[in-house]
Design a protein around this ligand. Structure first.
Ligand code: GLU
Length: 446
């Protein structure tokens, strides 16, 4: 498979959520896996619903995910091409003018349904004489344009669903252009895919019937059809429809919640496949192990709590180099030693701030067993507070007080951190510093 070219084609009418990000990711991984090209296409022909803010947000989210694109285009800059393509189809007898209003169309549909017939457009537009069209236009009506489907079976080998066949007799001729001259996605997308040299169209299974009509459009425009792959949609952990909850599963919310982009990628690249989810700490590893062929037809179950679980697994394995800049940006100026001391206790990288504050800013100690903490303050060995100090120090406190185990360690933890749980104290001593350690053991805010 040489020169693979795929595209992610979001409409900038909302934020990316896990559902559409998954489509983007699958395209991105497919391109990278095959040494191909990943295109960002902005489907912004719906002027009312599209916004520059959403477009910027989509770009930010993709960049944050590390999913850079190789080239881009936008539909609003290609309107002339869509007009040309429509003219070509009209010329070839594959597109025709229709004059019904939405109300008239809905009446037709109702009549068909009550007569027990499928609500397929009756091609009335096709039967209009030039005279009748002229009259309608003189009455102020403007045509919308439909694609004349071939009454044939359309079949393709889907990269996800296997062999798919659709008979077009139960489909209405799709509208390509509205009466106000605005192009419909069905046409625009095919013209783009042809002009951009897209080799594989990978999108959600909600586009399957679209694809059947679009395959005829590719042919009518004299082009070969790209390979198609329709990935199953996402459902909640219990199989419930996710659409209502997608707002809370938007990428910016996950980002604010401290979920690592590579964790989202690890999960979204595997749900819907038979393979287990393996948290990876680098996107390169997600690319390496990606295989579109492993995606199944069954609805993919997405469980947000799995993201949180995977996130802490990954955070606990991240190297200092992976997080150094982010820590510094959030005011955590600790070194690798600090990171290694706390990472095992974190659910998100951001939580390192909590422990940095505990080590470096005043807190009010909790004094639970003064006998233990007083002895500890008196017995703290001189010299460097390296990790090795901990064991000789606690042994000497035990010898002095006769207290061992939890009864010894918990009062130390409470006095030094103000909390009853957290990372091992030994490597934190040096970061706190001798003065602070002693003052906290004496019950002073320090
Ligand atoms: N803008 C379309 C959508 O958001 C793109 C579909 C496609 O990939 O062709 O559904």
């Amino acid at each position: 498979m040489s020169s693979v070219k795929v595209r992610f084609a979001p409409s900038p009418t909302g934020r990316l959520h896990v559902g559409n990000l998954r489509t983007a990711l699958v395209n991105y991984l497919f391109a990278r896996k095959h040494g191909g090209s990943f295109m960002l296409r902005i489907d912004d022909t719906d002027e009312e619903r599209s916004s520059a803010e959403f477009e910027t947000a989509i770009r930010d989210d993709l960049n944050w995910m590390g999913m850079g694109w190789d080239c881009e285009d936008r539909q609003s800059s290609r309107l002339k091409r869509y007009d040309e393509a429509l003219a070509q189809l009209v010329q070839a007898g594959r597109a025709y003018a229709c004059y019904e209003t939405p109300d008239e169309l809905s009446l037709k549909r109702k009549a068909q349904l009550s007569a027990g017939r499928p609500p397929v457009y009756d091609r009335a537009g096709l039967k209009l004489t030039d005279q009748e069209k002229a009259k309608l236009e003189a009455d102020g009506r403007r045509p919308h344009w439909r694609f004349l489907l071939n009454d044939a079976e359309v079949s393709w080998h889907d990269m996800v669903r296997g062999d798919v066949a659709y008979h077009m007799s139960s489909s209405s001729d799709p509208v390509l252009m509205r009466e106000d001259g605005r192009v419909i996605y069905t046409l625009a997308s095919v013209v783009d895919d042809i002009d951009h040299g897209i080799t594989h169209i990978i999108r959600g299974e909600d586009h399957v019937t679209n694809s059947a009509a679009q395959i005829q459009l590719f042919e009518a425009l004299g082009s070969s059809t790209p390979m198609m792959g329709h990935v199953a949609l996402l459902a909640g952990a219990g199989g419930e429809n996710l659409s209502k909850r997608l707002g809370s599963l938007s990428i910016d919310v996950l980002r604010q919640d401290g979920i690592e982009p590579v964790v989202i990628a690890s999960l979204l690249a595997r749900i819907g496949t038979a393979d287990p989810v393996v948290p990876q700490s680098q996107l390169a590893a997600v690319i390496d192990s990606f295989d579109l062929g492993k995606f199944g037809r069954a609805t993919a179950k997405f469980d947000p709590s799995e993201l949180i679980k995977l996130n802490s697994q990954i955070v606990q394995e991240l190297d200092f180099a992976d997080v150094e800049t982010r820590l510094a940006d959030s005011g955590v100026t600790g070194d690798a030693q600090f990171w290694l001391a706390v990472r095992g206790n974190l659910a998100t990288v951001d939580e390192a701030r909590v422990w940095w504050k505990i080590c470096t800013q005043p807190l009010t100690p909790v004094i639970d067993a003064p006998m233990v903490t007083n002895a500890a303050a008196a017995l703290l060995p001189a010299g460097d507070l390296n990790s090795a100090v901990w064991s000789s120090w606690t042994k000497s406190i035990a010898a002095e007080t006769g207290v061992k185990g939890k009864g010894l360690f918990m009062p130390l933890r409470l006095a030094l951190t103000g909390r009853d749980a957290g990372p091992e104290i030994a490597p934190l001593l040096a970061i706190m510093g001798r003065k602070r350690v002693i003052r906290r053991l004496q019950g002073d805010t320090a």
